[in-house]
Design a protein around this ligand. Structure first.
Ligand SMILES: C[S@@+](CC[C@H](N)C(=O)[O-])C[C@H]1O[C@@H](n2cnc3c(N)ncnc32)[C@H](O)[C@@H]1O
Length: 641
């Protein structure tokens, strides 16, 4: 039998082009297209049941309509909510959204509760208010749909349960301060489960440029399952999510989206999905997700999933998930080295391909080349690294009573902190910074003997580690106004990781190891350099970097996807700024072709490109006319002579 919420969801649109189906393959409910769709078609739209600005955006965006604000009008009572103007403040108050939560926010001022706690408060307070009034908008009545979403409580790592329980307890105490009647109707457990639901169903609401603004819970949008080869992408219009087709979708085909960054190795995608959404693309029963190119090494990475729980018990299952999150391939390394002075472990494997289940794309996303002095680079093997998690402090401070009521076994103090980060929720940044403070794990594989290449491999691993550390500190550098220094450091880092430089003086004699041209670290460093150069207003570096990135984006992403579209848009803006109308026009046209499909033709980013197209073609005509005049003048002069 279908849960009640599905029926109401299916009826939400007048003539939906889809229906929701339940499946027995472990992926649960899914959206199935009822008619054929082409790239750019709107497949599905949904208004948030509730949304909430993320903590560091509270004074930058309007808490009524999500528009960016320059001079925030702050609520004088709670000093947390900010508005575009008095009218928006009045509207938020009258609709009940802020009136209900203002008392709760006042009760903990000057502290601002984490995003997940504020979102839980909004959901519950609106539902409570809606049951006693008809003044709320329709979204205030969708709490039952939110409660129909999966929470995966049983599969959560212990530390993640603790985190949800803590946030549930915090939300409950705020609720008691704001509305004792509403608090009496829900338990801490209800709120912890609600927060667990946010973890696997919420969407980060971003602006057109993919900058995160808020977190929203979209009961219908949450029905769209993940694929690493998705056929839709979503964008936002205020608190509304819009899924558009990125390629042709046949009637009867499942509508999918990507929950993770696509320009990532298979292991990174696997770990992110396991951490945030609690399913394993390489676990038992995940065959549907495997691409035809997926290959398993002789000893595949640890398998996880619910069937593994039954076989190995809860603790074993948790250990297996940790192994994936910590990137510990089960294939034993042939050598393990602690890199002196580098805070990094290097594991070396004697094989041609990554020592975990990999995609075809992993071979170029992780490729290492051997660069001989003056000679062409040749394919050699691979390297990939990540920062590792260290034990977290928050688990130790969990409330014992709360833990008991959630069935968490034993004392958790000092336990390895879970890396499961609730998607876009406030607690994520704390965990991310914990992860950042840990060691770096570098994995390298090649068919030859480690001893022969030891010095060269270690040198590249050290450079890799330094690059990860630079990336970790980048936001800090930019925030403290050191963008120009960041540009220089990123340039230097990219140079030492690339094949052409320093080959003759390398530790390997006449040759050294370098990252391949499409290596994932190179791609990310280039994206960082682009960002830093924009912040430093170093337009020519920003433009050159964007142009270097374009072919890499074309390889790493689907043809119609936001990242390549936005990169073309950046090229168009920079070319226009540098008064080069022809390349500006070509880039704006390329951006428009993609962004019309991903963001919609009415979006601000597409309108921006159309303005550039107009400006650039006007400028082009003026330049042509000027050229004609110069030629005519020259002809006249020659005639006179
Ligand atoms: C946002 S919900 C999607 C709707 C969900 N299928 C349901 O029945 O409510 C995310 C959850 O769906 C499941 N899921 C989504 N995509 C999946 C995939 N490709 N493979 C396995 N499970 C998937 C996981 O349980 C995940 O935590």
């Amino acid at each position: 039998m279908q849960p009640a919420c599905i029926n109401s969801l299916t009826n939400m649109q007048m003539a939906p082009m889809w229906h929701i189906q339940d499946g027995q393959d472990g992926r649960g409910r899914r959206v199935i297209a009822d008619k054929g769709l082409k790239a750019g078609d709107v497949v599905l739209e949904d208004d948030a049941a509730a949304w909430c600005l993320i903590s560091d955006r509270l004074s930058q965006f309007c808490d009524c309509c999500l528009a960016p604000i320059e001079r925030p009008l702050r609520c004088s009572a709670c000093k947390t909510a900010c508005y575009l103007d008095r009218e928006h403040q009045r509207r938020a108050w009258q609709a009940g959204a802020h009136r209900l939560e203002c008392a709760a926010l006042r009760s903990c001022a000057p502290h601002v509760p984490p995003t997940a706690v504020r979102l839980a408060l909004r959901c519950v307070l609106r539902d409570w208010h809606a049951s006693s009034t008809t003044a709320l908008p329709a979204s205030g009545h969708r709490y039952s749909e939110v409660l129909g979403l999966v929470h995966h409580w049983e599969e959560l790592q212990d530390a993640a349960k603790v985190e949800c329980a803590q946030m549930g307890a915090a939300a409950h105490s705020l609720l008691r301060a704001a509305a004792p009647d509403a608090a009496a109707a829900v338990s801490v457990r209800d709120l912890a489960l609600l927060i667990a639901r946010f973890g696997c169903n919420s969407h980060t609401i971003s602006d057109d440029e993919l900058q995160p603004v808020a977190v929203g819970i979209f009961p219908l949008g949450a029905m769209v399952n993940h694929s690493c080869h998705p056929n839709t992408v979503h964008a936002f219009r205020g608190g509304r999510i819009v899924f558009r087709a990125v390629r042709t979708i046949q009637p009867g085909e499942e509508v999918t989206t990507s929950y993770t960054e696509l320009a990532a190795t298979r292991w990174e995608r696997r770990a992110a999905l396991l951490e945030h959404h609690l399913f394993d693309i390489d676990g038992p029963g995940a065959a549907a997700e495997r691409s035809p190119h997926t290959a398993a090494p002789a000893a595949a990475g640890p398998a996880t999933g619910t069937s593994a729980t039954a076989v190995g018990g809860r603790q074993q299952q948790q250990a297996r998930v940790q192994a994936v999150l910590q990137c510990e391939p089960q294939q034993p390394p042939t050598a393990k080295v602690v890199l002196a002075g580098s805070a990094a472990h290097l594991s070396v494997y004697r094989c041609q391909q990554p020592p975990w289940r990999h995609d075809e794309r992993d071979s170029w996303l992780t490729a290492v080349v051997l660069a001989g002095a003056g000679a062409e680079s040749v394919s050699w093997g691979g390297m990939w690294g990540c920062r590792q998690t260290v034990s977290g402090a928050s688990a130790a401070s969990a409330e014992a009573a709360c833990l008991e009521s959630f069935g968490v076994e034993g004392r958790l103090g000092g336990a390895q902190h879970s890396t499961r980060a609730a998607h876009g929720l406030g607690a994520q940044s704390a965990r991310e910074s914990e992860r950042g403070s840990g060691m770096v794990a570098i994995h390298s594989w090649f068919p030859g003997c480690f001893e022969t290449h030891k010095a060269a491999v270690e040198q590249l691993a050290r450079r890799y580690t330094a690059a990860l550390q630079l990336q970790q500190g980048l936001d800090g550098l930019l925030a403290s106004g050191k963008a120009a220094a960041a540009v220089q450091q990123l340039r230097d880092t990219l140079q030492v990781l690339s094949p052409a430089v320093g080959a003759s003086g390398s530790a390997a004699g006449a040759a050294q190891l370098a990252l391949g041209p499409c290596h994932v670290l190179r791609m990310r460093l280039l994206a960082d350099l682009h960002r830093a150069a924009l912040a430093a207003e170093d337009w020519s570096t920003a433009l050159a970097t964007a142009r270097q990135l374009l072919p890499l984006h074309q390889q790493a992403y689907q043809e119609v996807w936001p990242q390549p579209g936005l990169l073309w848009a950046s090229v168009a803006k920079l070319e226009n700024l540098l008064e080069r109308p022809s390349p500006a026009l070509a880039a704006a046209q390329a951006a428009t072709r993609i962004l019309e499909c991903t963001h919609g033709s009415g979006s601000a980013v597409v309108r921006g490109m159309q303005r550039i197209e107009l400006e650039a073609s006007t400028q082009q005509q003026q330049q042509q006319q000027q050229q004609l005049r110069v030629e005519a003048d020259r002809g006249e002069d020659e005639g006179h002579n």
